[in-house]
Design a protein around this ligand. Structure first.
Ligand code: GRG
Length: 317
């Protein structure tokens, strides 16, 4: 894979489609058919069903931003694919009748609609563990064990009670459709909503960027800056998701719009309206860009991360 350069001829569309090809190939390789066949069919169905691959792209892009003149894709592809597996499992579980109860995802029937609830649960469980297996087994030995161990630990933190799972529970607590005894939408304010978004969605996105940089030897200052950049991008991504639920249509989104409103979810649009949400996105974009630009190292000169925050905000699905 050609390293990225900082020259003005950089074309994000070409970059993203080239990287998506290698991500898809690697995912296919890691998910080669196995037995029990129905379990692997279910795992493959959700991972290999398209998706923007934003998290994997962020992981590759962060690595490339730290080492702009080297081909680092082999060092970070196992991690990028592990992240896509964790992401796919979260979508499978999120779509279950006991959670968001969705029928469509990525323009196709949701996993439980095709394979049944029990298999969907188990496919999610298996993907979570496969992600760890791939990260540990397939990351090249050139990466120091201490670095790999810290990446494995951070993935656990981003995924579990401190991150995604905790955020999902907070989200449920403030969703009108759930009766957990203390749900009260009046109490949702910007701090609470930011915390939900930071954990439910932002933690894995932040990890995607941080891990790509960590695996290729980023220094502490670069890691701190990239973590902050990841938090901003993660929040912007989820605010955009809240907006798309109101403004999008099923054909473009690949999932049913209007679900947040119907289930009385706590969203940015609900708190601040469409204009307020768009305004916050503008602020987040400029905060994110200024972190990259003020870095004064290779990160600042890499065009990909800058384009990725714009993409996360301006996407249509
Ligand atoms: C990790 C054990 C474990 C459980 C997961 C269900 C759950 C607990 C968490 C829900 C997390 C979740 C689904 C958050 C929403 C994030 C979000 C906006 C997803 C959509 O991501 P895109 O747009 O999807 O990147 P594509 O299809 O492009 O990959």
């Amino acid at each position: 894979m050609q390293p990225t350069t900082s020259n003005s001829a950089f074309n994000f569309k070409t970059y993203a489609s080239d990287r998506r090809v290698i991500i898809e190939e690697r995912l296919e390789q890691y998910l080669i058919h196995n037995e029990p066949q129905k379990l692997w069919d279910s795992m493959r169905y959700s991972v290999l069903s398209g998706g923007k691959r934003l998290r994997a792209l962020l992981c590759l892009a962060a690595a490339e931003a730290i080492k702009p003149n080297e081909d680092v894709s082999n060092l970070v592809l196992p991690c990028a694919c592990a992240i896509e597996m964790v992401h796919a499992m979260s979508l499978i579980h999120d779509d279950l009748p006991s959670m968001d109860n969705d029928d469509f995802r990525r323009g196709k029937l949701t996993n439980h609609k095709v394979f049944g609830e029990a298999m969907a649960l188990l496919a999610g469980d298996a993907l979570l563990m496969l992600a760890n297996e791939i990260l540990i087994d397939e990351t090249p030995a050139k990466v120091a064990p201490s670095i790999l161990l810290s990446v494995v630990k951070e993935l656990a933190i981003a995924t579990g009670a401190h991150g995604m799972v905790g955020g999902q529970v907070e989200d449920m607590n403030f969703t009108g459709a759930f009766d957990l005894g203390h749900a009260n939408k009046e109490f949702v304010d910007e701090n609470i909503l930011s915390s939900i978004h930071r954990r439910k969605t932002g933690a894995l996105i932040t990890f995607s960027i941080w891990s790509g940089a960590k695996l290729v030897g980023a220094d502490e200052k670069q890691l701190i800056d990239l973590k902050r950049f990841g938090e901003i991008l993660g929040l912007a991504f989820q605010i955009t998701d809240d907006l798309l639920d109101v403004t999008g249509d099923i054909n473009t989104l690949g999932k049913t719009p209007g679900k947040d409103e119907a289930s009385q979810k706590a969203t940015w649009v609900r708190l601040f309206g469409i204009d307020g949400s768009k305004q916050r996105l503008k602020e987040l974009e400029s905060e994110g860009l200024s972190i990259l630009e003020s870095n004064g190292t290779e990160i600042g000169s890499a065009p990909v991360l800058k384009e990725l925050i714009k993409y996360a905000i301006n996407r249509v699905n």
